[in-house]
Design a protein around this ligand. Structure first.
Ligand code: RUB
Length: 318
């Protein structure tokens, strides 16, 4: 049997996720869902079985791009689970409806968690950020919309400097921004009232998996007595950790850390480039979701409520 055909947009989205043109957990989730919608719209299938197989193939291609970003399988699972119908037309409609609902929920979740996170920030606060998280920014932006004056100290976040995106978006929101190198974070924590970070995924024990450097920042914030919150929609909760699986950390290209010629000039060295790290729950004050804020250790209750049915992998079915 030949492999089902993929819509060009699926390949393009997969490439954009792999190269991080589309990045950040929530944006990856909505990008992948939209790609499934395009697949459903554009692919000609002779019968329901061929349509279903083509949707699963599209989901597989998307899933392989950044396999440790849990929002990606959560998005694919949400859409494929709702694929239903006796003919191709009905199946197609079910996918398009599911994607529309998924993206709507994602937007609403971010607005809702932004309001909740904003309540933790006071007028006149200075926040420190790490990397670029749309969920974390939603909290700061909502605080500004509430009329609070907020300033930001933004870590550049090596190796890819996503802090620059944060700096630009905060400037656009009217927030005064000071950009610092990552290693200056502890020095500037003395000027900070609240650290706000996002999450790539959250484990059942309340561990926060986020851009590498988050755990060191959290430990330093605790040592300086500065509260730290993670803003994370429930799409970031990692259902497989409910059954004891550990979270795999994505290792990225070494060339992101050092250019090949500079590396060659140094001589024989090895280079490691983990994309994320794990912050144990004891270093995080709160996880803010669209369902409210939780001490990290109690996030498991919410996970059971939302993912009680487990973590199927519908894209892996033949
Ligand atoms: C991005 C990162 C973000 C989370 C949350 O890493 O760690 O903090 O993904 O983002 P990368 P959001 O740049 O490697 O994707 O809140 O936008 O979902």
């Amino acid at each position: 049997m030949t492999d089902p055909k993929l819509a060009p947009a699926v390949e393009e989205t997969a490439e954009a996720i792999a190269t991080m043109e589309i990045r950040g957990a929530a944006t990856i989730a909505s990008g992948a869902a939209e790609a499934l919608a395009t697949q459903a719209r554009e692919i000609e299938a002779d019968d329901p079985a061929a349509f279903r197989a083509s949707m699963r193939a599209a989901a597989r291609t998307l899933h392989e791009t950044r396999p440790t970003a849990v929002s990606l399988p959560n998005a694919l699972r949400y859409v494929l689970r709702r694929m239903a119908g006796d003919d191709v037309g009905a199946l197609r409609r079910s996918i398009l409806d599911a994607v529309e609902e998924f993206v709507r929920q994602l937007d609403r979740a971010q607005d809702d968690l932004g309001e909740i996170g904003a309540n933790r920030l006071a007028d006149g606060d200075t926040v420190m950020t790490h990397c670029h998280s749309t969920d974390a920014l939603a909290c700061v932006e909502a605080a500004v919309a509430q009329g609070k004056e907020i300033e930001a100290i933004v870590k550049e976040t090596r190796p890819r400097n996503q802090g620059h995106i944060t700096a630009e978006q905060l400037r656009d929101a009217g927030v005064p921004v000071t950009l610092i190198v990552d290693s200056a974070a502890r020095r500037y924590l003395d000027d900070v009232d609240h650290v706000v970070v996002g999450a790539d995924s959250i484990a059942a024990d309340g561990s926060v998996i986020n851009k590498v450097g988050t755990s060191g920042l959290a430990v330093n914030a605790r040592e300086r007595g500065v509260p730290i919150m993670t803003a994370a929609q429930t799409i970031k909760l990692h259902p497989e950790t409910l059954t004891g699986h550990t979270v795999e950390i994505e290792m990225r290209d070494e060339a992101e850390v050092i250019a090949p010629d500079a590396r060659a000039a140094i001589g024989e060295i090895s280079v490691e480039n983990p994309a994320f790290d794990v912050t144990p729950p004891r270093y995080m004050d709160a996880i803010v979701t669209e369902h409210g804020q939780f001490p990290p250790e109690s996030i498991v209750t919410l996970m059971r409520e939302l993912f009680g049915e487990g973590a199927a992998r519908p894209w892996a079915e033949p």
